[in-house]
Design a binder for this molecule. Structure first.
Ligand SMILES: [Zn+2]
Length: 107
């Protein structure tokens, strides 16, 4: 078993573990509830939630799944304007937060 990723951002961790599930890669999470007093005197990084890949043979494909997700956060894409309501949106949003219309490819 190998540790794939550790972050204080449980939103990203949830997304990674979900993507691994969908890819059929067995993984487990640790420390997901290590917050507040449970963390005690430990340095914060020790308590960060972690994702472990159960089968070492699946570590490489799991790393690619992780890299793709992290890349989507670093390169969220171009800002876009909703064609349905005209709302200006950041690139990381795949659909309009105001009217829920999906982002359409450029014409
Ligand atoms: Zn809209």
């Amino acid at each position: 078993m190998k540790r794939l990723y550790s972050s204080h951002n449980t939103v990203v961790l949830d997304q990674v573990s979900e993507a691994l599930d969908q890819a059929g890669i067995a993984c487990i999470t640790r420390n997901m509830n290590m917050t507040g007093q449970a963390a005690g005197e430990l340095p914060p990084i020790v308590c960060w939630p972690e994702i472990w890949v159960v089968d070492d043979a699946e570590f490489e494909p799991a790393s690619r799944v992780l890299a793709a997700i992290l890349e989507s956060y670093e390169n969220p894409g171009e800002p876009w304007v909703c064609k349905a309501c005209g709302e200006h949106l950041e690139g990381q949003f795949g659909s309009c937060w105001r009217c829920a219309a999906a982002s359409l490819p450029p014409e």
